[in-house]
Structures are given as structure tokens and as C-alpha cells.
Ligand binder design. Structure first.
Ligand SMILES: Cc1cc2nc3c(=O)[nH]c(=O)nc-3n(C[C@H](O)[C@H](O)[C@H](O)COP(=O)(O)OP(=O)(O)OC[C@H]3O[C@@H](n4cnc5c(N)ncnc54)[C@H](O)[C@@H]3O)c2cc1C
Length: 390
């Protein structure tokens, strides 16, 4: 058994780490200042400039196939890279990416939606959640009715990331209520904002915010169906699957950075004439955090490895998402505690992480949904205890 990184993995990881240290970390104070003034941490042109800089170093389209100019990296490498990006709270991500399901597009749709999204000229959002259907995504009600060469969409989506900035939405709609979404009754549509949907910003405890999308008789041509009629739910689940290992990979980077801050603070802050790190209470918080961080790292790397092996990654990814999201919440909470009153202030990014990582236990499948998947797999005998070693 070999737990080491290959030379290539180490080289890529180190290059990303150097890029983040040189180009991203220096922006942190300004990002914090702007966010405190309720402005975006990075505006679109600044993000693009950084992405183009990264492109010069070869980092463009981590998951994008080479024929579209991307790197098409294995999932393990992508996981390692997301961990490096997690080490800074600057909202930076590499360019050259598009929603994984957009690669199912027709040639015409590729020209209109996929290629401009990869290039960063168009912004997409993915919309399945509705006011009455989140965890129970098969219960969606946004309806698409066939009318000649068009479909007419009526209903509402909610909590849609990028919903305010996107110029097109990838929308899962009910096309056959009798069948039900899960059994071929849902279809995915590519819907330009210009076709008539509108968005409403939702304030959250995090920075930025998702949006509700309102569809009131929005006409969409039949040629804008992504994949096949009836394939909507399957495509929706494929979209969500990607986040199951990238989200906890990001969480690991946040936890690493925050824990290092706590260690530095424990080694310098003095109370009662001694460094606080000499107290067992503080030592245990550090020890528990490091242990959980390492446990999360190996769970998440294994789930990415499962993707690379072409095995069904759902069970492993659910465990990685469940544990990684919980881990980062526990670690950031302890790091805040170790910083005392300063941890609670807006001078440090800790309270920002505290708010940010709470989302990780909710979106793209709540903790409870991950537990449901894990236990169901075992109870039905689909997965054996011991995973791929069983
Ligand atoms: C900031 C943000 C960004 C988001 N981005 C997107 C996006 O881009 N696109 C998109 O489509 N959606 C997005 N979402 C939606 C997100 O995926 C849902 O909020 C999430 O799936 C939970 O659904 P819900 O909010 O309706 O909660 P509900 O499904 O109503 O669940 C409420 C609670 O009940 C629990 N629960 C539900 N059913 C069960 C059960 N059977 N057993 C045990 N417990 C249960 C849940 O775990 C949860 O704790 C986003 C959400 C947020 C907050």
C-alpha cells in the first residue's frame, strides 16, 4: 500500500500552492475589506485576469477534456488542487471550466453554451431546487409544456448559485407529471436569461448569495433541450455528483489553513504567564482537529480515486462529503475558540470561515441525505463494509 503522492501529483500540487501563495494570498486583506463593505470580494474582471494568469502556467479547465483546451485531470489531482484553493478565502477558482453535464450538448448547443462558458464569456447556473423540493429533488414542480416547436416553462427555482449573474440557466423541469421526475418525467433545458426568466437575490449568512429564478410562461425552443426528453433527473444527479468530492476537498484546505493559525496563536498568546498551547485543553483541540483532518483527507482522496478507477463513486463520495463537511465545521469552531475574543471579530477571517463552512453541511446533499445514501447502500447489500478492500 502506497500513501505517497506520485512525482506528477506533487509537482502539480506544489505549482498550485506557489500560485496561490504568490497571486491569491496577497489579495486577502482587500477581499475582507470589500466584503465587510458588502461588495464582492473579487469582481468578474479581476477573477478573469487571475484566471488568465493561471492559464499561462498551464492551469485551465481542470476537468475540461483536452479537445476543449482543458487539462482533463484525474479526480485525485483535482481533489489535491481544490484543497490548495481552500487554503485562501479569496473566491478564486481556475478558469476554463463548464458544468460537467454541458458536455452532453449537441454541436449547436456546444457553440452557444459550452464553449463560451469554458472561455468565461458566459456564466451558467444550475437549477433543480425549488421552494417545495430540495432534498426531495424528485418532487420538483416547475413545469414545461410542449407548444409547437417550443416548450413553455412555469414555476420557480430557489437557492441557485450564480443565479443573479448567470446569463443562462440549466433548468430541470417536469415534462411528464404522470411519470414523475425520477422515472423519465423530467427534462433539462438551456434557458437564456433573455428568454424571460428573472432572478431575485437571497440574503444568506455567507458572502454573496444565491437567487430565486422565476419562470412565468418562458418560451424555450425544443432545440434547447440538453440530452434527451425524460433524461432531466439523471443529468441533475450527474451534476450534483461532481461536488461530492470537490466540496470536501476544499474543506480540507480551509481546515489546514485555519488549524495552522490556531497553532501559531497557541504558540504566541500568553495567559497566566504561559503560552496557551501549554494547556491540555488547547492541545486536545489541536490534536482532535489534526486527527479529523487526516481522516477526512483519506476518505476524500479515496472517493476521488474511486472516480479515477471507473468504480461507482457514490458511496465513497457520500462518506467524504458527510465527514469532510462536519470536520471543517468542528475544526473552524475550535480554531475560533483558541483565538478567544479575536476569533469572534471581523479583523480575522475565522468568523468568515465559520459562516462559509456551515453551508457545506447543507448544499449538494445535506448531511442527512449523505447518511441516507450510505446506510441504504449497506442495508440493501449494494456496498460491503470495508469498501474496495472488502
Ligand atoms: C447557498 C446555497 C447555494 C445553493 N446552490 C444551489 C444551486 O446552485 N442549484 C440548486 O439546484 N440548488 C442549490 N442549493 C439548494 C440546496 O441543494 C438545498 O438547500 C439542499 O439540497 C437542501 O434542500 P432544502 O433546503 O429544501 O431542505 P429540505 O429538503 O427541506 O430539508 C430540511 C431538513 O430536513 C432534512 N431532511 C429532509 N428529508 C429528510 C429525510 N428523508 N430524512 C432525514 N432528514 C431529512 C434535511 O437534511 C434538512 O436538515 C443551494 C442552497 C444554498 C443554501
Amino acid at each position: 500500500m502506497d500513501f505517497a503522492l506520485s512525482d506528477e501529483e506533487r509537482a502539480v500540487r506544489d505549482t498550485v500552492r506557489a500560485f496561490v501563495t504568490r497571486e491569491v494570498l496577497p489579495l486577502e486583506q482587500e477581499v475582507l475589506r470589500r466584503e465587510r463593505a458588502h461588495q464582492p470580494g473579487l469582481d468578474r474582471s479581476e477573477l478573469r485576469e487571475l484566471q488568465l494568469k493561471a492559464k499561462k502556467f498551464g492551469f485551465w479547465g481542470l476537468a475540461t477534456p483536452e479537445e476543449y483546451g482543458g487539462m482533463d485531470l484525474p479526480a485525485v489531482l483535482q481533489s489535491l488542487i481544490w484543497t490548495e484553493l481552500g487554503r485562501s478565502f479569496v473566491p478564486f477558482r481556475f478558469g476554463g471550466e463548464a458544468d460537467n453535464i454541458l458536455f452532453h450538448a449537441t454541436e449547436e448547443q456546444k457553440r452557444e453554451f459550452l464553449l463560451p462558458t469554458i472561455e468565461g464569456e458566459r456564466i451558467s447556473c444550475f437549477a433543480i431546487t425549488e421552494p417545495g423540493a430540495g432534498s426531495d429533488a424528485a418532487n420538483i414542480k416547475l413545469h414545461a409544456r410542449r407548444d409547437g416547436d417550443d416548450w413553455v416553462l412555469d414555476g420557480e427555482k430557489t437557492f441557485i448559485t450564480n443565479g443573479n449573474d448567470a446569463d443562462f440557466a440549466i433548468v430541470v423541469a417536469v415534462t411528464d407529471p404522470e411519470k414523475g421526475a425520477r422515472n423519465g418525467g423530467a427534462t433539462t433545458f438551456l434557458v437564456d436569461r433573455a428568454m424571460g426568466w428573472r432572478s431575485e437575490f437571497i440574503q444568506t449568512m455567507g458572502e454573496g448569495g444565491p437567487a430565486s429564478l422565476i419562470f412565468d410562461g418562458v418560451r424555450v425552443p425544443h432545440r434547447n433541450i440538453l440530452g434527451e426528453v425524460g433524461q432531466g433527473f439523471t443529468l441533475g444527479m450527474e451534476w450534483i455528483g461532481k461536488g461530492r468530492y470537490t466540496i470536501p476537498s476544499h474543506a480540507i484546505g480551509i481546515a489546514e489553513r485555519a488549524l495552522q493559525m490556531a497553532i501559531d496563536h497557541a504558540n504566541t498568546r500568553e495567559t497566566f504567564g504561559a503560552k496557551i498551547g501549554t494547556n491540555q485543553a488547547i492541545q486536545w483541540m489541536i490534536a482532535d482537529s489534526e486527527t479529523e483532518l487526516e481522516a477526512a483527507r483519506w476518505l476524500v482522496l479515496r472517493s476521488a480515486w474511486t472516480v479515477d478507477q471507473g468504480l461507482d463513486p457514490r458511496h465513497a463520495s457520500s462518506m467524504g462529503k458527510l465527514y469532510g463537511a462536519g470536520m471543517v465545521n468542528r475544526v473552524v469552531d475550535r480554531v475560533l475558540q483558541i483565538h478567544g475574543g479575536m476569533g469572534y471579530t471581523r479583523e480575522l477571517p475565522i468568523e468568515r470561515w465559520y459562516r462559509q463552512v456551515r453551508l457545506y453541511r447543507i448544499f449538494e446533499g445535506t448531511d442527512e441525505m449523505q447518511r441516507l445514501i450510505i446506510s441504504r447502500d449497506l442495508l440493501r447489500g449494494y456496498t460491503k463494509i470495508g469498501g474496495h478492500l472488502a
